[in-house]
Every structure is written in C-alpha cells, then in structure tokens.
Ligand binder design. Structure first.
Ligand code: GRF
Length: 192
C-alpha cells in the first residue's frame, strides 16, 4: 500500500471512549485520519464526539447494515482504507470484510481465544474471567473475520487479576490498556 495518510472509519455502538482516544490520536497524524464515524444507534455518545472533532457521522439500522449497500457505499465514497471497530456489537457481514484492503480491526477486553465469542462483551467478560479464577486478563486487537472474536490476532497486552478484584475494577484496568494501545496498533496498520 502506498505511503499516504490512510483513511479510517470508526464503528461504535456505545459510550465511545476508545473512539475518543482514536480521534484524538489521529487528529494530527501523518499516517492516518478519521474520516467517518458510523453507528447503529442514533443516541450513541460517539456521534457527539465525532461532531466535536468535525468528523462526519452516519447511522444505520440492522436491515441497512446486513442487507443493503448504503453502508458499504458510504465507506467507498469516503475512500476508507481501514475500518476500526470500537465497541461495535453487530457481526460484520462478509461482503464488508472483503471490501477493505487493510482489513477490519477489532478490540476485545480479554486475552483471546479465552472469554470471546457470542455473548462475551462488556461486564460479562470480566465476570467470567474472575469466576474462572484467571491470574491475568488483558486486551486483544485482532483482524475481523466471519466469526465473533476469531480473526488473526495482532496484539495482546496483559494485566494481573488481583485477588479481590470486582468485575468493575478489572474492567477499568483493562480499559486503560485499550486506550493506551489501540491507537498505536491502528497507526501501525496505517503505516503498512
Ligand atoms: C471495549 O471494552 C472494547 O474492548 C469492546 O467494547 C468496549 C467499548 O468501550 N469491544 P468504549 O465504547 O470504547 O468505551
């Protein structure tokens, strides 16, 4: 891929704290820029963040996402190179996976392949880690394929599970790792 600033689209469904870090990181970066923010929820906090950064945003419903061309068309119009999922809960249709030369990247709040797959999101993950008595948890940044939390793993970072950790305490430490590393890993992809 040629050496120009890569065009990033962020997909997010919720509060958007990772999306915020990514927008900040790429607000002045020679390797990439966020050109579009996409959400399945018109009340998602991430849309306000996009507006604050003067980044266009786009919302869609499930039918449009799974069956229509509107989402892919919009990504093409914006000449998106890399799709970044940041707390986006829907499964990505295969047609979209095929479209993106640099791929579609996701972050998951556990050390995959442990504690991944359908239903493993948010606090469910951290509760399951504590119940299983794991000594460590962490984050996994991976490419997206047609199975949940399954594509090639690009990066992992670990954090200790402390003896009396609540799921909320563990979640907060894992989220710190997400914020620290996700923008850097995305930049690495932009430099390819
Ligand atoms: C993160 O924990 C991420 O690992 C998962 O969804 C959560 C999103 O959090 N995929 P936020 O919306 O970025 O704050």
């Amino acid at each position: 891929m040629e050496n120009r600033r890569k065009r990033i689209a962020i997909f997010a469904s919720g509060r958007g704290s990772n999306a915020a870090k990514i927008m900040e990181h790429f607000s002045d970066n020679v390797h990439g820029e966020v050109v579009l923010v996409c959400s399945n929820r018109s009340d998602a906090g991430v849309l306000d963040l996009a507006q604050a950064h003067s980044i266009p945003s786009f919302t869609f419903n499930r039918t449009e996402f799974n069956e229509g061309e509107a989402v892919i068309e919009r990504l093409k119009i914006e000449r998106v190179d890399l799709v970044v999922l940041a707390g986006f809960l829907w499964k990505i249709p295969e047609r979209m996976i095929e479209e993106f030369p640099l791929g579609i990247v996701n972050i998951h709040p556990s050390l995959l392949p442990k504690f991944g797959g359908h239903g493993m999101y948010g606090m469910h993950v951290h509760k399951a880690v504590i119940e299983a008595g794991e000594s460590h948890s962490g984050i996994t940044i991976h490419l997206v394929d047609d199975l949940y939390d399954h594509g090639a793993r690009l990066f992992q970072a670990r954090v200790r599970v402390e003896p009396n950790d609540t799921a909320e305490q563990l979640a907060a430490r894992v989220l710190e790792l997400e914020h620290r590393y996700y923008p850097k890993v995305i930049e690495g992809l932009c430099r390819l």
